[in-house]
Design a protein around this ligand. Sequence first.
Ligand SMILES: NC(=O)c1ccc[n+]([C@@H]2O[C@H](COP(=O)([O-])OP(=O)(O)OC[C@H]3O[C@@H](n4cnc5c(N)ncnc54)[C@H](OP(=O)(O)O)[C@@H]3O)[C@@H](O)[C@H]2O)c1
Length: 289
Amino acid sequence: MRIAIIGADGQLGTDLVEQCTREGHEVTSLTYNDIHIEDMDSVRAALTAAKPDAVFNAAAYHNVPKCETEVELAFAVNAKGPLNIARLSEQLGFAFVHYSTDYVFDGRKRAPYVETDAPNPLNIYSTSKLAGEYCALNYSSRGTVIRLSGIYGRIPSLMKGNNFVSIMVKLAAEKPEVRVVTDEILSPTPTTEIAEKSLAILRSGETGLYHLVSEGECSWFEFARTIWDTLELKTPLLETSVKEFASPVKRPFYSVLENAHYNRLPNAQPMTHWKEALVKFLNKNYRSL
Ligand SMILES: NC(=O)c1ccc[n+]([C@@H]2O[C@H](COP(=O)([O-])OP(=O)(O)OC[C@H]3O[C@@H](n4cnc5c(N)ncnc54)[C@H](OP(=O)(O)O)[C@@H]3O)[C@@H](O)[C@H]2O)c1
């Protein structure tokens, strides 16, 4: 298959390129130098040249605090971007896989969210991502949206310059102690497994909305505790609460997703438990440092 990957040098994009290449697909890697997704002329030029059978869009504007003030840019990249790709997928006939976020939920359910639960985004980032979901699903008859949570990969997020694992390792090296919140619950997920299972969804030929996260759930503190234990970090790790961090941006306190739709696919390999996946990632990428 010919597959174009947008955001190819990002955290998820890098692993999508590797996984597609490993599976023998012909890959076109598109970075911000090659395509600006908010600009239809740019999208048309890049994707017409690539002649893809399928397009993965891993590009996003996802700096959550900045989205509150850069509202036009957030909606341009996160909503108009997928709209442009979806419209072109109708014209050129390619399958379109787009990524979204656990933050489309408000967290009040306090139990894992399934795809049929009603979203209620609390901030501009997640509102723009929810708009992007509808654009991808309703403007492309071959559209798929995959919601993710707490992603981490070998290449830390380009936009943020880090991911939670790289921040924790850095803080442990630089600070006398590190405090992490116990009262925000999520499903941290490695980008390698997201890439692998995204291709399985594409191969299934089924479209629609999917949650795709590691099994189980944890707080950011438990996430950090596992990093400390695995890498045997000596810096004291202390519990704290979100109440101690005044933030102008509202976020859900609980954003665990259940892979309900994915698990119903024929031959679906279940996602790994978050702790097992994290320990494997740390041993592979940080043990030798
Ligand atoms: N990080 C998380 O924990 C998390 C959680 C849930 C969902 N997600 C979603 O997961 C997806 C992947 O995130 P990530 O962490 O892999 O992102 P990332 O590392 O920041 O990569 C994003 C990529 O998009 C490119 N890009 C940004 N604006 C663009 C534009 N207007 N046109 C074309 N390309 C553009 C960036 O290029 P430049 O760097 O050159 O600008 C970069 O290559 C996103 O949809 C995000 O919303 C992330």
